[in-house]
Design a protein around this ligand. Sequence first.
Ligand code: HEC
Ligand code: HEC
Length: 157
Amino acid sequence: MNPAKRSLLLLAALALPAWADRLPIPADAPPAFQTECGGCHLPFPPALLTAPDWKRVMGKLDKHYGDNASLDEKTRRELEDFLVRNASTRSRMAGEGDPPRLTASAWFRREHRKVPQALWRDARVNSASNCSACHSRAGQGSYRGREIALPELRDKH
Ligand code: HEC
Ligand code: HEC
């Protein structure tokens, strides 16, 4: 293998862990993303669903997982464009459900395979979508193992 190709491969390998534990909100996020999509829960990283998934989420905000998250059409469109622009193209990021859940993707289930089932319903957690219950710096887009908040999970990975 020539040196240029080898250093490229090395770079790709180094980039992987960084991708897995850092999911910052993309810089092109309109201010409405934080205010309108971060009021009831964490503003979820757009890279955790695919473009068709985000279109389905944004196409029925009045029936939003049992809640009503309706927006005026201009804001709705602006946020949909942002989410679609930054969506994942990987099939393992495809959500499931109607509207689709990112906590049901093959990727999410694999990353969380070591979390005991009972813990998802623990009073401190309540729902898999409650990222910050376990990831103490989820609000800053950081998901490193050493930042896990629940003591019983901290030494399991
Ligand atoms: C009025 C409150 C409210 C607002 C505003 C809101 N959501 Fe939600 N959202 C919810 C609730 C409630 C759930 C379900 C939580 C659960 O079951 O764990 C949810 C779940 C989700 C999920 C699925 C999470 C999972 O379980 O995988 C996505 C994706 C999502 N919201 C995206 C958005 C986006 C994008 C916006 C902004 C356009 C938004 N939400 C605004 C209340 C809201
Ligand atoms: C019940 C606790 C819990 C909840 C809730 C939870 N996670 Fe996790 N998550 C973990 C644990 C524990 C790990 C580490 C798994 C391992 O390394 O074996 C993990 C791993 C991850 C990783 C991989 C980190 C790395 O170092 O590669 C990401 C990214 C992640 N979670 C994102 C999320 C997101 C986004 C949410 C919310 C939608 C969420 N998690 C909800 C417990 C949780």
